[in-house]
Design a protein around this ligand. Structure first.
Ligand SMILES: CC(=O)N1C(=O)N[C@@H]2[C@H](CCCCC(=O)O)SC[C@@H]21
Length: 122
């Protein structure tokens, strides 16, 4: 895929792996996410992701995607940008929001985690 297309295999600082398998020319893509860590004690399983990226004649596109976790009732959204260094090495700089499912609205205040994380090609 062209530089900074999201297609392909990525790994982040935590060792989680993401495989963006297909995209269309409108910038929509989908794939799978295998997290290395979880806030739950459930067995981790591969989870689906879908998102979209800017497709104009941008060299370093911005994007967003959603992971709907298959093994627990939470959801994570990622937003970020792909950067290419002068050696052609690509990095996805992202921020994410993890929305945990809570049992009552009284716990809503503590239901969203935020973080940053970078991905490089595997
Ligand atoms: C990239 C990154 O930082 N993260 C990553 O690769 N895995 C963790 C979280 C996994 C959540 C699993 C479901 C759950 O525990 O509710 S999403 C943000 C963080």
């Amino acid at each position: 895929p062209p530089q900074c297309s999201l297609l392909g295999l990525w790994q982040n600082d935590l060792g989680s792996e993401m495989n963006i398998s297909a995209g269309n020319n409108a910038g929509k893509f989908f794939g799978t996410y295998l997290t290395k860590v979880s806030a739950t004690h459930k067995p981790i399983a591969v989870s689906p992701l879908r998102g979209s990226q800017q497709m104009g004649n941008v060299k370093q596109p911005t994007f967003g995607f959603t992971v709907t976790w298959s093994f627990t009732d939470s959801t994570t959204v990622f937003v970020g940008q792909c950067f290419v260094d002068d050696k052609g090495k690509e990095t996805l700089q992202t921020m994410w929001l993890l929305r945990k499912k809570v049992d009552s609205i009284e716990d809503n205040w503590q239901a969203t985690l935020v973080g940053t994380n970078n991905f490089t090609r595997l």
